[in-house]
Design a protein. Structure first.
Length: 226
């Protein structure tokens, strides 16, 4: 059975490597560091960064999809200790990311990637004033990730949690809530609030609503994120 599987393994490796202009083979036969015929990084990669100007070297491993990082990426120092664990989408940080020292977990971050193929993106987020309601946020696409979720900082000496912050689409939760309250004062009538919201409607939202109207889809009444 072992001899039957060997030709199949070699055949699959040859098929995959044939799609690569350049590549490396791992000791277990995996194809690594593939650059396809279009010059794009594809598949599993291991990238070694040597020591430079006093900065320690490290090694990173993860997946490339059309030249952009995708999914889980991990980095190790040259002694093999885990130093970062990051998640990517569309080449941007997305989701929970962890950063370590030799003493343990030092920092925890949470990000949301914006689709680079869109001029702007939308997301329904929990209303800080009412957890049972959601507000639709229009996000300008600046080609990067946005802080979104829980961020934690730990003591490098004891590992104890020393700070927790929550971000909503790039803003601290407190600032997001304050901005929302300033946009919609509690004593306004529904008609007045509606008129003012129409006056200050961001251009990105107005353009989005025009496109949605043509498609007979719901429009967005939220504000742009930062």
């Amino acid at each position: 059975m072992r001899f039957l599987l060997l030709p199949l393994l070699l055949f699959s490796v040859n098929i995959l490597s044939a799609q690569c202009k350049t590549f490396k083979l791992a000791s277990n036969g995996d194809t690594l560091n593939c650059i396809d015929n279009k010059g794009l990084k594809q598949g599993k990669w291991i990238i070694t960064t040597p020591k430079l100007r006093g900065e320690p070297g490290f090694e990173s491993e993860g997946i490339f999809k059309n030249d952009k990082k995708e999914g889980l990426w991990r980095s190790f120092n040259l002694m093999g200790d885990l130093i970062t664990q990051e998640n990517y989408k569309w080449g941007n940080l997305h989701g929970r990311c962890l950063y370590f020292t030799l003493s343990g977990l030092e920092r925890e971050e949470s990000w949301r990637a914006v689709n680079p193929d869109k001029a702007f993106d939308t997301l329904d987020v929990v209303d800080p004033a009412n957890p049972n309601q959601f507000e639709r946020i229009v996000v300008k696409n600046e080609g990067s990730s946005i802080k979104h979720g829980i961020w934690k900082t730990y003591s490098p000496n004891t590992g104890a949690l020393i700070e927790t912050q929550e971000y909503i689409m790039g803003q601290l939760k407190e600032d997001f809530k304050a901005a929302k309250l300033n946009t919609n004062p509690p004593n306004q009538s529904a008609d007045t609030s509606k008129k003012q919201a129409t006056k200050v409607l961001p251009k990105e939202v107005a353009d989005f609503n025009k496109k949605q109207a043509k498609k007979n889809k719901p429009v967005v009444t939220g504000r742009t994120g930062h």
